[in-house]
Design a protein around this ligand. Structure first.
Ligand SMILES: Cc1ncc(COP(=O)(O)O)c(C=O)c1O
Length: 428
């Protein structure tokens, strides 16, 4: 395509040698991480000075940062309990164990999620069954229902890139089949679905506080639930001595692994939690402004924006529109990069390994495990995988142009992003 044949209306494209539209540098996409400041410093220093680095005890008696974090996190999400753990993957595994998922069980996971969602299923000895996403890029309820067998025990809807899954449809199917619902909220701290915070809708929620996430303590995770027994089992999974500490009866004790959160992480996460509403307010504001300003050109030159199940509730950290073909998506992203919009990407490319797409989950697809056959040996039917098994997901992701929306964008950044996107799309 030459510049002339694309009928450029707002200046020569940078990919064709024109001046880039984005001049001011974009902030790195570490929403919570970029807001680390004096509050985190003071909180960590307080812990260090007390020498109490372990949540359950230290040289002097005193309050635990992790315990305070749990209380405040549960309040924010709207659940009775929150349990702090060492990572989002650990939160998923602890929640699955707490929901009594184990060998012989199948768990349905979406084809578009970080590999941890499936890895946690394997970690508790169960088998992941992969289902399609729809044009919201979250679990397709129809394919979820299609994939249910008599061995299905649970489903993990994932609120991808700050955006809620179709929880009404998923809950109603899950209830009909008596399945447990574990929400994967790793990428959507603080977002909500029709007035309910994510992580409070299913039987349990799992959050991540890893460095890329909306809130961060470098590493960390949270399990949320309102069910006492689920909380107790998660507690025992995350701390091998929990039943002794909590005085729980030995005949109800389950064995677990230690994946506790340290007081240092708790101190950082607690300071971050105070910043959540500000982060959400800013990213939502930038996303709204950007979306409005590119809406006409997206409507006329592309296949439209990603479908959203609750536009007001989503975290606002990403924006997606679909092109007609993967080639067009790749061209648009190359042109946006040339304009200086380095926060843009195509969500799936066959030749570029990315653990967000099941197609690239080689260890799962090949059932590579540390012991012979892994959990698949316990499965009562053959669950096998194929790289092409979710063609709709691959088609959607291959045509999806994604933009990171940092809460730390300035109005100037947003203005330049608008110019770049309009310029590139108008040229098509
Ligand atoms: C959707 C999703 N689930 C789970 C995880 C796992 O979180 P962590 O890296 O804290 O183990 C992540 C993040 O990496 C994620 O994006």
């Amino acid at each position: 395509m030459s510049t002339q044949s694309r009928g450029v209306s707002s200046g020569k494209l940078a990919i064709d040698g024109g001046a880039p539209a984005v001049i001011h540098p974009l902030p790195p996409m570490y929403p919570g991480g970029m807001r680390i400041g004096q509050e985190e410093e003071a909180s960590v220093l307080e812990v260090l000075r007390s020498k109490r680095l372990f949540r359950y005890y230290g040289p002097e008696p005193g309050p635990s940062k992790v315990a305070e974090l749990e209380q405040r996190f549960a309040k924010m999400v709207g659940t009775r309990y929150a349990l702090a753990v060492s990572s989002g993957t650990a939160a998923l595994a602890a929640a699955l164990a707490a929901l009594e998922v184990g060998p012989g069980d199948e768990v349905i996971v979406p084809a578009y999620t970080w590999i941890s969602t499936a890895a946690a299923v394997v970690a508790v000895g169960a088998v992941p069954v992969i289902a399609e996403v729809d044009d919201s890029l979250t679990l397709d309820p129809a394919d979820f229902e299609e994939k249910i067998t008599k061995y299905t025990k649970a489903v993990i809807p994932v609120h991808m890139r700050g955006t809620p899954a179709n929880m009404d449809a998923i809950m109603s199917i899950a209830n009909r089949y008596g399945l447990k619902v574990l929400e994967d909220v790793a990428q959507a701290d603080g977002a909500s679905y029709h007035g309910l915070r994510l992580g409070s809708i299913g039987h349990a929620g799992a959050f991540s506080l890893q460095f890329n996430k909306i809130l961060t303590s470098g590493e960390g995770g949270m399990v949320t639930t309102s069910e006492e027994e689920v909380y107790e089992r998660a507690l025992m999974y995350h701390d091998v001595a929990a039943s002794q500490r909590a005085g729980l009866p030995q005949d109800r004790t389950i064995i677990g692994v230690n994946c506790r959160m340290s007081e240092l992480q708790g101190a950082v996460a607690l300071a971050q939690l105070d910043k959540l509403e500000g982060i959400l307010r800013d990213s939502r504001k930038h996303k709204r402004a950007l979306k409005e300003a590119i809406a006409d050109v997206v409507e006329s030159r592309t296949m439209g924006f990603r479908r959203l199940h609750d536009e007001d509730g989503e975290a606002g950290i990403s924006l997606v529109f679909y092109m007609r073909t993967p080639e067009a998506a790749q061209y648009v992203v190359s042109a946006l990069h040339a304009e200086g919009l380095t926060c843009s990407s195509v969500l799936f490319q066959r030749g570029s390994s990315d653990y967000h797409v099941y197609f690239h989950w080689t260890p799962i697809l090949n059932k590579q495990y540390w012991g012979a056959q892994g959990p698949w040996r316990w499965n009562q039917r053959d669950v096998s995988y194929d790289r092409e098994m979710c063609p709709r997901t691959l088609d959607l992701l291959g045509r999806a142009v994604h933009l990171d929306i940092s809460p730390d964008l300035t109005d100037t950044n947003v203005g330049e992003m608008v110019v770049a996107i309009n310029k590139v799309l108008e040229s098509l």
